[in-house]
Design a protein around this ligand. Structure first.
Ligand SMILES: *Cc1c(COP(=O)(O)O)cnc(C)c1O
Length: 476
């Protein structure tokens, strides 16, 4: 065993060999490269102790250089990377939710490249407010008296409850106390504000009389929460918004609506179910409506608060607002996205999230056929990448808690690899650069064209060939 340990080369010798093998290594940060080399040989020392090496020849630099190079390259690579989304889930939380429109990307670059007027009062040249940048646009697009943007919608809910309900009670239907993914539970965030939740009704049914009976001298607000990623079907009833607004008015209480995804688009004209839009809930009497910037709206991560001016003014003066504020990149992207909504048809064409949600079954069928043909040509020329390729009618989801359980018709391109399992292919596609995320369905690896861009076709073909070769050679 000592002989095996002695075969391990010195770190400096390894570093020199790496630079010779790959000139890009010369510019690598020295201390990080050194630590990666050390970690690689520590792994081999462990393997020696476990009896997984028998001869010193297996441990020479020559024998291990390709593995060492791969290890160091992986360690030097940026953790953040682009990824191809073939899942068909448009607002995919694990993949960054919304893709920004070109106009929004350009605005981010402008804001990031030099100084900007983030908090400059353009009349006096003195201190202005970052909140003013998008407020007018939000009012115009939602019909609200005033608006405020914070870091995300969870922050928006926290801020609203902290401002109006701290130390008191907020009445919410039991059917709306939901967990929305990533173990994020609405009731837990609400309680962090120091407000007490007064749950009313049963999971499936809540009546106006339940809200009325819960109101007492400690009540600070009535609240509705969009149930996002789940839906109660069957024996179910909720109180219509106008009736709840009437009750709130009777007791002089604010009515707060957490819309979650919060759309400015009436999707019913595109054949989707009628989801409440921000303008509609405000028009029906909600005093405050909060929603996300990066769900169906298709902008950057943000929490948008719209509603009555006297309430928004109170939110602005809460010190918590300073802790939850969003940065210049977010505001630049949000303003550019909102400007597209001034022309709803332009928004539908230019905001990628809207465009992908609205892609028709015929368009996707055509895209699937074209992708299938390209894959056959690209993969089936070599035995190790060869696949049986078929098309299958299926459904995609909007994601992000919008339109729960609603099926968007699509056509999947399904791959059955000849030389590996679909599961091995899925795993191999996590290792490619960029990685590709797809779906496993009925023992096939499937690509949904809804969330793929034709411009990415050459990259998609390359990573599939690389992953199939990796998996076929048992390297996964
Ligand atoms: C998504 C969601 C949130 C959280 O919004 P983020 O922008 O992710 O912080 C809050 N409430 C509801 C109902 C949601 O769907």
């Amino acid at each position: 065993m000592n002989e095996l340990f002695r075969a391990i080369p010195a770190v400096d010798i390894c570093l020199a060999a790496l630079c010779e093998a790959d000139p890009l290594m010369i510019d690598a940060p020295r201390s990080l490269a050194r630590d990666l080399v050390t970690a690689f040989w520590d792994q081999q020392r462990k393997a020696i102790r476990e009896g997984r090496y028998s001869t010193a020849g297996q441990l020479t630099l020559e024998a291990r250089l390709p593995d060492l190079l791969a290890h160091v390259r992986a360690g030097l690579r940026s953790r953040f990377s682009a990824a191809l989304n073939a899942t068909g889930v448009v607002v995919h939380t694990n993949m960054g939710r919304s893709v920004l429109a070109k106009e929004a990307r350009e605005a981010v670059i402008t804001a990031a490249t030099g100084y900007c007027n983030l908090e400059l009062n353009m009349e006096t040249g003195g201190r202005g407010s970052r909140h003013a940048l998008v407020e007018d646009l939000l009012c115009r697009l939602t019909g609200a008296e005033s608006a405020l943007v914070v870091n995300n919608n969870a922050a928006a809910v926290l801020l609203v409850l902290d401002t109006f309900c701290k130390g008191g009670e907020v009445v919410v239907s039991r059917g709306e106390l939901v967990e929305i993914g990533g173990s994020f539970r609405i009731p837990e965030v609400m309680e962090k504000s120091g407000a007490t939740l007064r749950e009313v009704g049963a999971t499936n049914r809540t009546h106006l009389r339940d809200y009325r009976a819960a109101i007492n001298e400690n009540t600070r607000a009535l609240m509705r929460v969009h149930t996002s990623n789940y839906r109660i079907v069957g024996f179910h009833s909720a109180v219509p918004l106008p009736e709840l607004a009437e009750l709130a008015k009777e007791y002089n209480l604010p009515l707060i609506e957490d819309l979650g995804s919060g759309s400015l688009t009436d999707f019913s004209s595109f054949g989707l179910p009628n989801e409440p839009t921000v303008p509609s809930v405000l028009a029906q009497g909600a005093d405050i409506a909060t929603f996300s910037g990066d769900k169906v709206l298709g902008g950057p991560q943000a929490g948008i608060i719209t509603g009555r001016k006297h309430m928004i003014d109170k939110l602005k003066s809460n010190p918590l607002t300073r802790a939850l504020r969003c940065d210049k990149l977010c505001l630049a992207a949000l303003e550019a996205t909102l400007r597209l909504y001034l022309d709803p048809e332009k928004a539908r064409q230019s905001v990628p999230t809207l465009r992908m949600i609205c892609r028709t079954a015929e368009e996707l069928d055509k895209a699937a056929r074209s992708l299938g043909t390209a894959l056959r040509k690209s993969l089936n020329s070599s035995p190790e990448t060869s696949c049986r390729i078929s098309l299958q009618a299926d459904v995609s989801r909007v994601g992000g808690g919008a339109f729960p359980q609603y099926d968007l018709p699509t056509t999947l391109v399904c791959l059955k690899p000849a030389a590996c399992s679909p599961t091995a292919l899925k795993a191999a596609l996590l290792r490619t650069d960029p990685p590709l995320i797809g779906r496993l369905e009925d023992d096939s690896f499937c690509l949904d064209p809804r969330t793929l861009d034709v411009a990415d076709r050459p990259v998609l073909l390359r990573v599939l060939r690389e992953a199939l070769a990796l998996a076929a050679n048992g390297l996964i």
